[in-house]
Design a protein around this ligand. Structure first.
Ligand code: CTP
Length: 384
């Protein structure tokens, strides 16, 4: 909800067109809905970015002279404010006192970045990058408001324990080489993060070295065998297991303790042996199949599989996905199209979500991996 000052910079029509949402600007519109009370009460998080010196002053003194300050008084959820202004205004004792007051009351005040400001000047007072603010908001949502009533996890997955796997396993050949794949782990991390935000207790068995999402316990693994052992160890009391990892189907049959040399032996005649070594492979366990086979009764976890498909002459991505669901018999199968330039390492994904026992397909995307994660959890929550 833009303040009157914000509307000098960006007009109401632009906010509405870009967000696709109605824009609330004042206390006196839609009066039957009492928006100044309803919006604050219903909010999960209030973010004021940028927070001007004026807004900080009004919030610190509890004024209620526009819709935003009314909402700040009625909200009981976490509040994030990102002060942005010229350096002198930010450093003024009045502004600093207001920030201290708001912080003491539990508002998360994000320190401004330093850099070019609106004029030619530069210094502290710049609005942090959107990605940084977004991360702060995620953490606040995962943490709850900190008040006793909100300390217990909230959300549709509250009280649920979920295990998510992520990343591509690495199957070592020798101390420096491995067989691997192109999976980045981003989709698995998005699933873990979203589950935590929705209130679940989350364990992430990860073969990807990404930064741990807030509120998620990460168990690092490297190989398929390690991943299988970790998943088994975390299985007790799990309500959901999501196999988002790209698990190698095969591993080198032997591990060579020392680096395999290009010229790996010297023949009987003293000539170096230039022959190319073969790498025999053995099959890895299918972790997902093991979970499905171990399913016993209503207390078994919901098992979600992923299908990395490219489509070929024998069938489309979706056809391969349906066949895989029939073969794997997991509860939910998320089918995604993969290839060197599609999905792997990207922030966007296009998937088809299939459910055992129905022909219905939920198509999601192209959308961010967070949006895909949200759609998958919607389906799983339904099953739970
Ligand atoms: N999976 C697993 N253990 C393996 C291989 C795969 O648990 N050894 C899981 C993956 O985490 C994913 C699902 O099985 O949830 C499907 O993986 P995918 O590689 O698409 O299927 P495969 O069974 O390996 O079939 P193919 O490679 O022949 O398409």
């Amino acid at each position: 909800m833009p303040t009157a000052s914000a509307l000098h910079f960006v007009g109401e029509a632009t906010w509405a067109a870009l967000s696709g949402k109605p824009v609330h600007t004042d206390v006196w519109s839609d009066i039957t809905e009492v928006p100044h009370v309803r919006i604050g009460r219903e909010a999960d998080l209030v973010v004021v970015a940028p927070a001007t010196a004026d807004l900080l002053a009004r919030a610190a003194t509890g004024q209620a002279d526009d819709l935003l300050t009314n909402v700040l008084l009625t909200a009981r959820c976490p509040v994030v404010m990102a002060p942005a202004m010229h350096t002198e205004m930010y450093e003024h004792p009045a502004t600093q006192a207001n920030i201290a007051t708001l912080s003491e009351r539990g508002v998360h005040v994000v320190p401004p970045a330093s850099g070019r400001l609106t004029g030619r000047d530069s210094g502290p007072g710049r609005l942090p990058e959107p990605e940084e603010l977004f991360e702060v908001c995620r953490r606040e949502l995962a943490r709850g408001s900190g008040t006793p009533s909100a300390a217990a996890p909230r959300g549709p997955l509250a009280g649920r324990r979920v295990v998510v796997t992520a990343g591509g396993t690495r199957e070592p050949l020798d101390p420096v080489r491995f067989l691997g794949n192109r999976s980045s782990g981003k989709q698995g991390y998005a699933l873990a993060r979203t589950a935590a935000e929705r209130g679940a207790e989350v364990v992430l068995v990860s073969a990807a070295g990404l930064e741990a999402p807030a509120g998620v316990r990460v168990v690092p693994v490297e190989t398929a065998l390690e991943m299988e052992a970790a998943v088994r160890a975390e299985l007790a009391d799990a309500d959901v297991v999501v196999m988002a990892a790209a698990v190698a189907d095969f591993r080198p049959a032997t591990y060579t303790e020392h680096k395999i040399k290009k010229t790996h032996a010297v023949g009987a005649d003293g000539a170096p042996d230039e022959s190319v070594p073969a790498v025999p492979l053995v099959r890895n366990p299918d972790i997902l199949a093991g979970l499905v086979a171990a399913r016993a009764g209503a207390s078994s976890p919901v098992v979600v599989g992923f299908a990395a498909e490219t489509g070929d002459a024998s069938g489309s991505v979706l056809e391969h996905g349906r066949a895989k669901l029939a073969r794997k018999s997991c509860d939910v199968l998320v089918v995604n199209e993969v290839g060197a330039d599609v999905t792997f390492g990207k922030d966007e994904n296009t998937v088809h979500v299939l459910r055992r026992g129905t022909d219905a397909v939920l198509d999601v995307g192209p959308a961010s991996k967070d949006v895909v994660a949200g759609a998958v959890w919607d389906v799983v929550t339904d099953l739970l």
